[in-house]
Design a protein around this ligand. Structure first.
Ligand code: FMN
Length: 410
């Protein structure tokens, strides 16, 4: 993993082949090692997956190139690299290859302090940045665990096993929160000390062919499961929507609002009678009224709509008169939340509209919003509301899904 040897070897080979100018190519001048794959990158286009990483990935391609070839994978591992260097060369070594997937296995050298100390949060931050860049360019990212290591031959003073376990936990939680695969090589390879046993890695860090074969099985298994869902933007969007409780003050665009409202109107509804009514409120005076009434029921002085620039109300018939009123309205709200998320907007379902609009004050507000008097007289009911706007900051990670949430009976 000590990069120096590999670095000089690579430079020597490249210089011999005339790839780089012979004069003065030093690590300092190209510390992220853009030149390593400079020529090779041009050979690849539309590969299935780029495997981004360090010497483990580098050796993997070397020890089992057939596996890479058969699966249309390309290895972009560079010995000694930390997540920071990988982030810097991500454009050249991943984006420029236009892969369908990028599989990122990184962090061993961060833990080994190859570039000095780096916090666990900053390691995760670099991984997150790679994931976000990949997504922005339509590449499906996957994050791997850092493989187990109880010690490093080049940093004998460190005892990394526990740090690796802790970082892996953070990687796993993050991957789950953004709905991307977490590939757990660590659990399959580790021994009782959290290290790599001799049969899988002679030096305790770099897997043998036997070790790589285990990783290959896990990786292919992940692809089998995710090929179905990762390319499906709808499924991806459904899994990554989260309730947003902090908004930027600027108003959303009219075309975004229209797209969300229209998605609401296409929700399934009982007997196809389109019972629900939707009112999007951007008027400051009416928003103030909604906030005041809702806060009063909630017993708070803060804004129950979290300062969202738009509030969308959904009404339905009196549930005594139309038994699917609440179900219909809820699906309208659900459709709108998912549509908004797919457009990069944030939403949160806000309750208490049923109580708010059951009072005289509530009915007067309905009139002020231009709702048909006939509907009000027939008992139009508040089903729920959405706070909607541009999200401010990161949403909370989702809770893990409860066990046995679903079962399949065949
Ligand atoms: C019927 C219903 C009522 C809700 N009411 C509120 C609410 O009044 N205020 C709020 O902050 N979140 C509310 N939520 C949002 C839930 O707290 C949120 O959906 C849940 O914690 C799961 O988080 P997620 O949406 O990020 O997956 C409501 C959600 C539903 C479906």
């Amino acid at each position: 993993m000590k990069r120096i040897f590999f670095l000089f070897l690579t430079i020597a080979v490249l210089m011999a082949s005339g790839t780089i100018e012979a004069q003065n190519v030093t690590k300092k001048q190209d510390w992220a090692q853009f030149y390593t794959f400079q020529n090779d990158n041009a050979r690849w286009n539309r590969v299935k997956a780029v495997l981004m990483g360090d010497s483990i990935t580098e050796l993997w391609w070397d020890r089992d190139s057939v596996f890479f070839k058969e699966n249309n994978f390309v290895g972009r591992g560079i010995s000694g690299q930390t997540t920071s260097e990988m982030l810097v060369r991500f454009r050249r070594d991943v984006l420029d290859l236009h892969p369908q997937y990028v599989v990122i296995m990184a962090g061993t050298n961060d833990v080994a302090e190859n570039n000095g100390k780096i916090s666990k949060e900053n390691i995760l931050g670099n991984l997150k940045s790679m994931v976000e860049i990949a997504k922005f360019h339509g590449i499906n990212p996957m994050l791997c665990s850092i493989p187990p290591a109880a010690g490093f031959i080049w940093r004998k003073d460190l005892t990394p096993a526990q740090d690796i376990i802790e970082i892996n936990k953070m990687i796993k939680e993050y991957a789950q929160s953004v709905g991307i695969p977490y590939i757990d090589y660590h659990s399959a390879l580790k021994d009782e000390n959290g290290g790599l046993p001799k049969e899988y890695a002679k030096d305790g860090v770099h897997p043998t062919l036997e070790g790589f074969k285990i990783m290959e099985k896990i990786l292919l298994n992940t692809f089998e499961k995710t090929d179905l869902t990762m390319d499906n933007v709808v499924l991806n969007s459904l899994k990554t929507r989260r309730s947003i409780r902090s908004y930027k003050p600027q108003q959303i665009k009219d075309e975004e609002l229209l797209a969300v409202l229209q998605a609401g109107t296409f929700a399934p509804n009982g007997m196809g009678i389109q019972d629900s009514w939707i009112v999007a409120v951007q008027n400051e005076e009416i928003k103030k009224e909604l906030i005041r009434m809702n806060a009063k029921i909630l017993g708070t002085s803060s804004d129950p709509y979290y300062g969202a620039p738009t509030i969308i109300l959904v009404f339905g018939s009196d549930p005594e008169k139309w038994r699917n009123s609440v179900q219909d309205g809820s699906l309208v709200l659900g459709n709108m939340m998912n549509a908004a998320h797919s457009l990069g907007l944030g939403t949160c379902w806000i309750n208490r509209e049923m109580e708010m609009f059951s009072t005289k004050e509530g009915k007067d507000l309905m009139r002020k919003m231009g709702i048909d008097e006939k509907l009000i007289k027939e008992g139009l009911t508040g089903i729920g509301a959405l706070a909607i706007g541009y999200p401010e900051g990161e949403p909370r990670a989702p809770k893990p899904r409860k066990e046995n949430y679903y079962r399949i009976i065949k």
